[in-house]
Design a binder for this molecule. Structure first.
Ligand code: F6P
Length: 743
């Protein structure tokens, strides 16, 4: 069909051109040429006749003149002759002389332009010459030529032109068909081969064309760019929600369940005297991942650390959560005291935690801790194998406690899609290199299909570290690391929070929260209130925050007795000496500041070192005039984003450390250096005196960002990237299988 169209179309086009363009042109041209020829001939005839005719005219014999004319018109083309001379009387003309050219007309046409008279058989060419006898004009000779031959000739010519164009059309059609066939087949094969990275394809077999490799690369990266151009557009049309996440799992990951693996569990059962309580731990990781699991179902493998955890699981160590509306399972891993001490307190939190945070706390590495770390990672990996419903599970590995697990899982389940996320900063190569087990850790992480960090800066540090410390190929263009030929994509996924907020966040009105929180803290209505919410951790800058409050009261004494900072501090890692020490320092500093301003009725600092459930934390966010996040170093910091989410009244000011990942996304906050105490004190004053309109503008803009870049987007982006890698791997696999069959 396509073939015949390619043939007939040019042919029809050629014929159309002949009928409507070429033929009339041919007619016009022929007429013009022959008209010119006949004109020349008429001039020759007129010259030849001159002398004899003058002689005859002198005889004044009309008969002789007519006889002469009849004689001449015997010739084929001279159709008629006429002569006008008043001295000889009326027009003397041969029989066939046209009536239209009488003497008056002849006089007008004399020596001027020719005239064409149309006749059915073909036109007549009329030219008129003045007859001269010396200097004297003695009448006009009218020569009429028959031009019917022009019509005959042009018919003939038309026939030839028609045949010529039919032949030309056929040839052009044929050439079009042949070229189209050849080039289509060639291009398709060529492009396919290029995309496979094989260069040119010859019928006899594949040949490699190294000179084409750059073109292949360019073509691939072009396609990739087009793909990534399309993706953000596609994403911006998606409102990221639990539904869109479920959609991705259904469509892109074929309904596969996801397995989350982390040290910290999302719900902790606590044994009380006569009942079991359920607690939500203070953890950015849990804040982010819990809504994802509620949306996607699946299984969350985590350390069962609660005193009532063992009593709450079934015989497979599983428990359905959330307690009020179960939608996914926790699979609990039990650790002995030695394991917990070595793996969690020791290697993870005395070694890796200070190693990755620039908080000037020296990391401690012990061989015994390392051994426990390896053993516990293996324990978690075994649980992944047990919980995996297929040979290609999607495993989301969380954080620095489980750096070895990706490789352990990869060895058992080579087709698994392993997406690891590092929730804390990644240091520069020099800093990381002090870890005695640096290579083992990196190799463990590179068992992942994707290695995610909050910021591009952390991705860069990771890639630099691998480049410096391992024998791996690092492709900086695509940010992919190949270890033993196996790729790991290193990507930035800024973590976020649930938006809109989950079921437990149905807080009272801002006015009610302001009233109730102040009442509970023993503060009067209208008392200025700042809030800080953190685990009691030395990286959070709690001491620096208190110092800034003290400095504010020194510099701006009008706030003394009128401003209080409430610090909600969740007890954390209290088995570690550094944390015990830190708690003492925080308590001591709060006491000393309160003592200094003890003359006042209301203390500058209220420190609450106890567990708070999310609802209580949310209430504090809504009650406060400002929230102060002063981390010395932090991967992202979700407290900043939670505060914003809770301020639907568009009021309240966020003071944010420049050393958090969140500061990259939230420039409308008051960005501070927590080590610069004066600057922080000034920020507190600016926040407390900021006009409501400015608070609204800043808050509105930050809320818009967090609502769009919510945690569903964070997880969705990782899952989409994981799905794309999976597809590519499958395609590559089927390509190899096809090659094996071909050979
Ligand atoms: O967000 C960093 C992080 O270390 C998480 O990995 C962890 O869940 C959270 O802080 C709290 O720490 P922990 O689990 O040691 O109490």
């Amino acid at each position: 069909m396509r073939l015949s169209l390619r043939f007939i179309l040019p042919l029809l086009l050629a014929l159309g051109l002949v009928a409507y363009g070429v033929m009339p042109l041919v007619d016009r041209l022929m007429l013009r040429w022959f008209e010119h020829d006949v004109g020349v001939r008429a001039a020759v005839v007129a010259n030849t006749m001159q002398e004899p005719l003058v002689g005859l005219v002198r005889t004044k014999s009309r008969r002789k003149v007519l006889a002469y004319f009849n004689n001449i018109t015997q010739g084929e083309r001279l159709f008629a002759i006429g002569y006008c001379n008043p001295t000889l009387g009326a027009l003397i003309a041969t029989k066939s002389y046209p009536e239209e050219i009488q003497c008056k007309e002849a006089e007008r046409l004399a020596d001027g332009p020719v005239k064409l008279l149309s006749r059915d058989q073909g036109p007549l060419h009329v030219s008129v010459r003045t007859l001269m006898d010396g200097d004297k004009r003695i009448g006009q000779v009218v020569l009429v030529h028959d031009m019917s031959f022009v019509q005959r000739r042009s018919e003939e010519t038309r026939r030839y032109v028609f045949y010529f164009f039919v032949a030309l059309g056929a040839v052009v059609s044929l050439i079009t068909v042949i070229i189209a066939q050849l080039s289509w087949r060639g291009w398709v094969q060529g492009i396919r081969a290029l995309l496979r990275g094989e260069g040119l394809v010859r019928p006899a077999g594949r040949i490699s064309a190294p000179e084409l490799q750059p073109i292949t690369r360019d073509l691939r990266s072009l396609m990739k760019e087009l793909g990534s151009d399309f993706r953000p557009r596609d994403e911006s049309q998606l409102t990221w929600s639990p539904q869109s996440l479920r959609g991705i799992l259904r469509s892109d990951l074929h309904g596969e369940d996801i397995l989350v693996v982390s040290n910290r569990e999302p719900y902790i059962h606590i044994r009380r005297a006569d009942h079991i309580d359920v607690q939500r731990p203070a953890s950015g990781l849990v804040t982010a991942l819990e809504p994802i699991m509620r949306a996607c179902s699946g299984t969350w493998i985590a350390h069962g650390s609660g005193s009532g955890d063992k009593e709450s699981v079934d015989r497979h160590d599983r428990v359905k959560v959330p307690p009020r509306n179960p939608s996914y399972s926790i699979r609990r891993i039990w650790l002995s005291q030695e394991e917990e001490a070595g793996y969690y307190n020791g290697f993870a939190n005395e070694g890796l935690w200070p190693l990755c945070h620039i908080a000037h706390v020296r990391p401690t590495f012990r061989a015994a801790d390392w051994e426990q770390y390896v053993a516990v990672n293996r324990k978690f990996a075994r649980a992944v194998m047990e919980e995996a419903g297929s040979k290609e599970p999607i495993v989301l590995v969380q954080d620095y406690h489980l750096a070895l697990l990706p490789r352990m899982v990869r060895e058992e389940l080579p087709k698994a899609t392993i997406i690891s996320f590092w929730h804390i900063p990644w240091p520069n190569p020099e800093a990381f290199a002090i870890c005695p087990w640096r290579a083992e850790l990196l190799e463990g992480m590179l068992g992942s299909s994707i290695m995610g960090f909050h910021t591009q800066f952390h991705c860069n540090n990771f890639v630099d570290t691998v480049d410096r410390l391992l024998e791996a190929r690092v492709d900086r263009e695509t940010f992919t690391i190949y270890l033993g030929g196996k790729p790991t994509a290193v990507k930035r996924y800024p973590i976020s929070i649930e938006w809109p907020s989950g079921p437990e966040a149905a807080p009272s009105s801002v006015a009610a929260c302001r009233r109730e929180v102040r009442e509970r803290l023993g503060l009067p209505a209208g008392h200025a209130l700042g809030v800080g919410v953190d685990r009691l951790d030395y990286t959070k800058g709690i001491l620096e925050r208190f110092m800034a409050v003290e400095r504010l009261l020194e510099l701006q004494p009008e706030w003394v007795g009128r401003f209080t900072f409430v610090q909600v501090a969740a007890p954390s890692r209290s088995g570690i000496g550094q944390y015990q020490e830190f708690e003492k320092q925080v308590l001591a500093l709060a006491d000393s500041i309160n003592l200094r301003f003890s003359g006042e009725e209301y203390p500058p600092i209220i420190l609450k070192i106890e567990h708070h459930e999310p609802e209580q934390v949310y209430e504090h966010y809504r009650a406060a005039d400002l929230c102060f996040v002063s981390s010395l170093h932090d991967g992202m910091n979700l407290v900043a984003k939670e505060f914003i989410a809770m301020r639907d009244d568009e009021q309240g000011v966020l003071i944010l450390s420049q050393f958090t990942g969140a500061s990259r996304e939230l420039p409308e906050a008051l960005i501070v250096n927590p080590y610069d105490i004066d600057q922080c004190a000034l920020a507190l004053h600016v926040a407390l005196t900021m006009p409501s309109g400015e608070q609204r503008d800043r808050m509105r803009s930050m809320r818009a960002l967090v609502s769009e870049f919510n945690v569903y987007r964070w997880a969705g982006r990782m899952l989409l990237d994981g799905a794309a890698m999976r597809k590519r791997k499958r395609l590559a696999g089927s390509g190899r299988a096809a090659q094996r069959v071909a050979h």
